[in-house]
Design a protein around this ligand. Sequence first.
Ligand code: SF4
Length: 299
Amino acid sequence: MTHEEQVKRMTEMMAKFVGHTAKKLPDDVIAKLEELRSKEDSPMATVIYDTMFRNQELAVKLNRPSCQDTGVLQFWVKCGTRFPLIDDLEALLKEAVVKSTFETPLRHNSVETFDEYNTGKNVGKGTPTVWWDIVPNSDSCEIYTYMAGGGCTLPGNATVLMPGEGYEGVTKFVLDRMTSYGLNACPPLLVGVGVATSVETAALLSKKALMRPIGSHNENERAAKMEKLLEDGINAIGLGPQGMGGNYSVMGVHIENTARHPSAIGVAVNVGCWSHRRGHIIFDKDLNYTITTHSGVEL
Ligand code: SF4
């Protein structure tokens, strides 16, 4: 393949992959929803879970997105410095979003701020979002895709706490957000928490936390314990599926952290909804791909 043909091929594959993630939830999300459904005992909660599974069946059968809000596309790219398409990546992801907008189709979710018009293509100034992690001495490229819907984006918040507020302050910040805005995000929620040195480092980590597989834990055992405590605390609020009441409110709580300044605790929260449309694909230098989130996908 020539370089131009490679760019075209990767654009097509990413457009298709984005379209697929709009219609079919990741395997780990489905497994978690099935587990939560089996642990609910109220008729309302079980009916809502059954509706979600029916929604998934119909989305595939009718070949259309499972939720009308297909979000703002966000990509987290971990790209090797020797990946052959590194220079083309950002432009081809943008093109893939335009292609997928018409082919899938995706809802038009890119409104130019201040000028207040919808571009109609899901691309605009700074959209789709592309975050870069450059990986030295590698020729492969890992891409996380995420559809940031309106409802699941709403609970997002970040602040810097006084040092004396400690981990109790982090807990209060997260729980306050869940009791006030959790309902907006179509529970059960995946809750991402960033704890870091400043507002932007915490905010980015809280979104990165949502890319982790459900059931994974922070490698620090104290942080992992806090994930469990927060999970129990948010479940105890009793939001249940779609906020209609139930034993479980969350699919998981993921904390990501860095070291921090001794006088500040940056903390942020970000939320994924039951329709947590994230995908993960890895390309080698010849554009052979491995998809870790969704089984049985051919691009
Ligand atoms: S919160 Fe999620 S499931 Fe609910 S409307 Fe938004 S994208 Fe759809």
